[in-house]
Design a protein around this ligand. Structure first.
Ligand SMILES: [Zn+2]
Length: 173
């Protein structure tokens, strides 16, 4: 019979085993194996996501894919507005923090408050910090420590995971 204490130890063992497995599998497929145990406000089945996302959006947001550099029109967009999650429409970034990183992906030095979550993505040759939507868990891109002031961070985003919403000409200016 499992005592409470034994059960706890078994639980720790399971977590360790899962972590070990993840390290092994992520070697085989770096891009796709960043799993997370976070729970999100918005959860849908793969079938439900496929109904509302384009194949390209699904590949990036749900399968941690990466769009080809230079393919997003948002890379060269500098109009005033916000960049919302393409899956759940949560505002994620402001045009005020966007900069030209020269990478071919839309880049920002800071996300909006309470917009994103991160996980550590351990690949074979490098460790990266994965960035996802706080509300639906959709994969957005990665954050690197080589951005401009004031944060020194570079949020390297897939444009296909974002929806640009131009600032409306209302009186708030
Ligand atoms: Zn979202």
């Amino acid at each position: 019979m499992l005592t409470r204490r034994n059960f706890g130890l078994a639980g720790i063992g399971l977590v360790a085993a899962a972590a070990g497995m993840r390290t092994v599998t992520s070697h085989a497929n770096e891009e796709n194996m960043s799993t997370t145990t976070e729970t999100f406000e918005i959860t849908k089945t793969p079938e439900e996501w496929r109904k509302i996302l384009t194949p390209e959006q699904y590949y990036v947001l749900r399968e941690h894919g990466t769009e080809r550099a230079g393919t997003s029109p948002l890379d060269k967009t500098y109009a005033d507005g916000t960049y919302d999650c393409a899956a759940c429409a949560l505002p994620l970034f402001s045009s005020e923090t966007k900069f030209n990183s020269g990478t071919g992906w839309p880049s920002f030095y800071k996300p909006l408050d309470n917009a994103i979550g991160t996980t550590v993505d351990k690949g074979f040759f490098m460790t990266r910090t994965e960035v996802h939507c706080r509300r639906c868990g959709g994969h957005l891109g990665h954050v690197f420590p080589d951005g401009p002031p004031p944060t020194g961070l570079r949020y390297c985003m897939n444009g296909v995971a974002l929806k640009f919403v131009p600032k409306s000409d209302k009186s708030t200016g």
